[in-house]
Design a protein around this ligand. Structure first.
Ligand code: PRP
Length: 215
């Protein structure tokens, strides 16, 4: 029975490649140079589909792919319906944070019950976070470059991923609240986990052994 793995181009593909190698799998083509969306591997029973990072959970949820690699940020926003998340791959490690312009007193604004405009691509996750904290927000959906929003007056704050903090610093923003620690997870379609158990479990085990920093 063949297994289809959903990956996104860029960092996820690059950082998953060594894990695949540890499982004896090598992609036949590089998605950075190939325009192909279905890529074969050295194993006739394993194929890779290249999809947008935010689409990986959807492909796996509906069984168009059996397994995939997706950031916790993407999974939180998706909701995780129909998915097993058996393994933290410890790649793509960063944090989902609230950030504001340097000099903006976030705690004081929250303390006096101010209504804040917050720009993000993580609408559901942000809505839940601020509701839980009792912070009043108007959320503004963006698709990228969130850091620009406070600089142009579009928003008072942003919710975005922070890794090195270089992007925040370069734009005179500071992180004021952590929403969640983020890393990439292996995700598995629930039906495939039963129907293709042997093949998928072998992959999960091989990935698990190769996870960076594994004790
Ligand atoms: C992410 C994120 C920040 C940046 C943070 O963007 O949205 O902009 O990285 O990294 P840093 O703290 O190391 O500067 P990415 O480059 O992944 O592009 P994206 O906006 O398409 O998500």
């Amino acid at each position: 029975m063949s297994i289809t793995l959903a990956l996104s181009k860029g960092r996820i593909f690059e950082e998953t490649t060594p894990l695949l190698k540890a499982a004896g799998i090598a992609a036949a083509e590089d998605p950075e140079t190939s325009r192909k969306l279905i890529i074969g591997t050295n194993r006739p029973d394993v194929n890779i589909v290249i999809v947008r990072a935010t689409d990986v959970p959807t492909y796996v949820q509906y069984g168009a792919a059996d397994i995939g690699v997706a950031g916790k940020d993407v999974l939180m926003e998706h909701g995780g319906e129909g998915l097993y998340q058996p393994l933290d791959l410890r790649i793509g490690v960063c944090k989902l944070m609230v950030a504001v312009p340097a000099g903006f007193d976030y705690a004081a604004a929250v303390g006096r019950g101010a209504r804040l405009k917050v720009a993000t691509k993580y609408l559901d996750t942000a809505r839940k976070h601020f509701a839980q904290k009792g912070v009043h927000v108007d959320l503004i959906k963006l698709y990228g470059s969130m850091e620009l929003a406070p600089l142009t007056g579009l928003a008072d704050a942003i919710v975005d991923l922070v890794s090195t903090g270089n992007t925040l610093r370069a734009n005179n923003l500071v992180a004021v609240e952590e929403i969640a620690p983020i890393s990439a997870r292996l995700i598995v379609n629930r039906a495939a986990m039963k129907l293709k158990r042997d093949g998928i479990q072998a992959l999960v085990d091989a990935f698990s052994k190769a996870v960076p920093g594994r004790a």
